[in-house]
Design a protein around this ligand. Structure first.
Ligand SMILES: Cc1cc2nc3c(=O)[nH]c(=O)nc-3n(C[C@H](O)[C@H](O)[C@H](O)COP(=O)(O)OP(=O)(O)OC[C@H]3O[C@@H](n4cnc5c(N)ncnc54)[C@H](O)[C@@H]3O)c2cc1C
Length: 803
């Protein structure tokens, strides 16, 4: 065993060996994998080996495509068969909603280059004769689905990595990790100490325990999972291998296993395994079967696939594997630790393992994952994702593995967890809440308690009319919105302005002012979208996306400010309320001694003021595009401020409004949102944020690449569309057609209530930005005519917010 290497990968499951192989492929030859027992000894050895490309997140879907295409490559390098069976797959829909979901999945697949096909039940039966078609309404066919041999895949990666220079050490547990002052690691093992510049935690079932060696608690939990294999079925004899099949209503998956069928299910009453600690002596063991637990799914399965009910059971497998709260992997560098990486929580190792290895190795070798992997980034969770939170969410996610998540559906587990002081007040106003980083925030307000719920749907829902009223109140009079769910940082100390100027693209604002600013990575791509607010010479507030707080902290650690400058996350120290609408100044002015007239308190002002007796940090800005004020207060003042504004707004017809109305109002203005319009796959000029990139102020991170984009104009362009929709609006990820070809994708959409139009934002190739040709947007399988808007649908000149 070498005693010094560039990187140690802990764990020889399918994920660890993939990371190892990709590191060698990316040029790091001096790497080592350390495995406690034998390769595959965690959850990998008993996996069913199924693989597919469909995923709710298009960026994850792309990495799944990559994984499946990789198997030929590692077979060729290693000479080891992966046992790849590309049978094709079929997804069966039993309800109209599920058919809608399949139509949307097919549409999304179009711009990912996937050849998904919607087929009738008769066609489905031809392809998959085990089904009883009377239970189904339609189906989708995917030619790129199948299964692999988990053992073969793991050894093919491992051998390919060894050929590339990697060392693999078996029967050697890593027991401790100690960081040296230079950031490198002493990896203490049963066979001695290895000094490594980088450590990767690919510990799978033990990833939590490996995390605890460095003082972190990773939000992952193992669940028991059962599948069974039938005796050989005469029905299958002499036929070509059956397709993979997912029966959503039965919540089961099927595939052929030699002469029988393999049937697995994600049952409703899923059971966590070793919820607090994974025993180190857990070997290649299976867990005791519990057929009663999966009996309800099996009963449906036997009705839907009658031949299965007649087959005997040859084998039952019950094994544990790990999940993050949202079911996507956790990968990337861990904030607060240098050179410590994770690749864990991978619940579909044979669809995702290759993509995970690729992204992580790129990140380690080049400093950037090379793709938009936000949906898998370990930094999407913060300290709020405790063990118990993770337990509740993982169980919910497991039980819903084959359930539809509607765009207006908020899931109930682990709620309410975080609430602000006005939570009960908003409840009394019949707010329907959403969950954001564990915080309850109002989505919309119902007229009475009995109506305060969402009827989940892909189409316009019961909330539609009420959200419309909220939007009209904001445009015509005034509305009050809780905005506590924004991320905030306070930046202080000599050099703060210079540091901000270096990490942000815009010029830092003058004292008492605020400025919008993108943040770029070195490749000139968008990694943040902030409001910089300046209170004093070296005292700033940064307001941005709360969900990305850990991500930003990690970035700020990498681009650390000079000594003396403090960057302090303070999201929940300042809760907020936003007042917006033409009457907002009239409502506020009597409560304040400051002159709120535009000459005295112009658009984009930011000051410490008193509203009544409440000390407030106030910005004159509104994401609604109206005259408006965002107010940030210490937690203990929020109730007073809310009471004061509610009372003052009453004579002006002010209404509370929620996140849904805000979304509609910002779409009318064509304002982009982080994680939708603004993501690391777009540049600032493509996203229409070029005016917030200041090339004259001196150097900043990403300047060179941004300049190149400015010169070339970039490859893409963000456009606003008005869509001839029927009862459903775009929600995001729909394909954009132009003159009969798919040219782009929608990033967000919805109904513009005050303009009475269905609206969408999306990216198309830059050369089509001025096209007068026919655009269409595919909504639930129907191509709807879409007209490009030259400016915002409301107040294109932006005079209202400056009034
Ligand atoms: C019943 C069942 C069916 C499944 N079916 C499928 C399927 O059809 N398709 C699919 O894609 N996925 C399936 N999976 C999931 C799949 O098994 C996982 O996605 C995959 O195994 C995760 O691999 P991993 O490398 O992250 O973890 P693991 O396989 O758990 O590997 C982690 C490795 O790290 C080692 N290790 C941990 N700590 C240390 C340490 N301190 N020192 C040294 N070594 C250490 C362990 O010994 C282990 O070998 C299934 C899982 C189960 C249980």
């Amino acid at each position: 065993m070498r005693n010094h290497v560039q990187a140690v990968v802990i764990g020889g499951g399918v994920v660890g060996v993939s990371v190892l192989y990709h590191l060698t492929k990316a040029g790091w030859k001096d790497v080592m994998l350390i495995e406690r027992a034998e390769l595959t000894a965690g959850s990998t050895w008993h996996a069913a080996g199924g693989m597919h490309t469909v995923n709710g997140d298009p960026n994850v879907a792309k990495l799944q495509q990559y994984t499946i295409n990789l198997y030929r490559e590692i077979e060729q390098i290693s000479g080891q068969s992966c046992g790849v069976h590309i049978t094709g797959g079929i997804m069966l829909a039993g309800t109209r909603e599920r058919l809608d979901w399949l139509k949307m999945a097919k549409a999304r697949g179009r711009y990912l280059g996937m050849e998904l096909e919607l087929i009738s039940v008769d066609e489905a039966e031809q392809l998959f004769p085990l089904m009883d078609k009377k239970h189904f309404a339609g189906a989708m066919y995917d030619p790129i689905e199948g299964h692999v041999d988990p053992n073969g895949v793991t050894y093919a990666y491992a051998k390919s990595a060894q050929i590339g220079g990697a060392e693999i050490v078996r029967q050697c547990r890593v027991t401790e990790l100690h960081q040296r002052t230079d950031g490198s690691w002493d990896v203490i093992t049963e066979q001695g100490t290895v000094h490594a510049e980088h450590v990767v935690n690919a510990g799978g079932l033990w990833a939590r325990e490996v995390g605890r060696m460095v003082g972190i608690e990773l939000p992952i939990l193992a669940m028991e999972h059962q599948y069974l294999i039938t005796d050989d079925m005469p029905f299958l004899a002499g036929k070509k291998e059956q397709l993979h099949c997912i029966d959503f209503e039965g919540e089961i998956y099927l595939r052929q296993e030699r002469g029988g069928m393999l049937i697995g299910t994600y049952e409703k009453a899923g059971v966590p395994w070793s919820p607090k600690e994974t025993p180190w002596d857990f070997g290649q063991n299976l867990l005791p079967n519990d057929l009663d637990r999966i009996a309800p799914s099996l009963e449906v399965g036997f009705q839907h696939f009658p031949q299965l009910g007649e087959a005997g059971i040859k084998k039952i497998v019950n094994g544990p594997f790990t999940f993050a709260p949202d079911g996507n992997p956790l990968i990337g560098p861990v904030r607060g630790l240098s050179n410590f990486w994770v690749a864990c929580g991978v619940m579909a190792g044979f669809s995702q393992g290759g993509g995970v290895g690729l992204a992580l190795s790129q990140w380690m070798v080049n400093g950037d994952p090379g793709a938009d992997i936000w949906g898998m980034d370990v930094a999407r969770y913060g300290d709020w994702a405790t063990l118990a939170y993770t337990n509740a969410k993982v169980r919910e996610n497991y039980s819903r593995r084959f359930s539809i998540r509607f765009p207006n559906e908020e899931l109930p587990a682990a709620r309410p967890l975080r609430t602000t002081p006005i939570y009960e007040r908003l409840q009394a106003e019949h707010a329907v809440f959403g969950d954001y980083c564990g915080l309850e925030h109002p989505l919309w307000f119902a007229p009475g308690a009995a109506e305060a719920f969402d009827e989940v749907s892909f189409r316009r829902s019961n909330a539609h009319a009420h959200v419309g009223e909220e939007c009209r109140a904001v445009r015509e009079r005034a509305g009050l919105l809780e905005i506590s769910n924004y991320g905030k940082f306070e930046i202080t100390g000599k050099g703060a302005a210079d540091w901000l100027s270096r990490v942000m693209t815009n010029k830092v604002p003058a004292i008492g002012r605020m400025a919008l600013t993108p943040m770029l990575n070195e490749r000139g791509k968008l990694i943040g979208d902030f409001t910089m607010c300046r209170l004093a010479e070296e005292h700033f507030f940064l307001i941005g996306t709360w969900a990305a707080e850990t991500w930003y902290r990690r970035w700020f650690e990498r681009h650390a400010p000079p000594a003396g400058v403090t960057v302090r996350p303070c999201a929940m120290e300042y809760v907020g309320l936003a007042l917006a609408g033409p009457a907002s100044r009239e409502i506020l002015q009597p409560l304040m001694s400051e002159d709120l007239s535009t000459p005295a308190f112009p658009f984009m002002s930011f000051r410490k003021v008193d509203v009544g007796m409440v000390p407030v940090l106030m910005g004159r800005v509104s994401f609604t595009g109206e005259l408006g004020y965002e107010m940030w207060v210490s937690v203990e003042y929020q109730r007073s401020l809310h009471a004061l504004l509610t009372e003052a707004g009453r004579p002006h017809g002010m209404k509370p409004f929620g996140g849904r109305a805000l979304n509609s109002l910002r779409l009318e203005k064509g304002f982009g949102n982080w994680a939708r319009e603004f993501r690391p796959i777009y540049g600032p000029y493509e996203a229409g944020l070029g005016r917030f990139v200041n090339m004259d102020k001196g150097d900043f991170v990403g300047r060179e690449a941004a300049l190149a984009e400015k010169t070339s104009g970039g490859a893409l362009r963000l456009l606003s569309f008005e869509v001839d929709a029927a009862d459903a609006d775009a929600i995001g990820d729909e394909p954009i057609w132009h003159e009969g070809a798919v040219v782009g994708w929608v990033t967000s959409g919805g109904y513009g209530h005050t303009v009475g139009k269905s609206l969408a934002l999306g990216y198309v190739p830059a050369e089509l930005a001025q096209s007068t040709g026919q655009f269409e947007i595919e909504i639930i399988g129907e191509r709807r005519a879409a007209r490009r808007l030259d400016g915002a649908a409301v107040d294109a000149q932006g005079t209202r917010m400056r009034a």
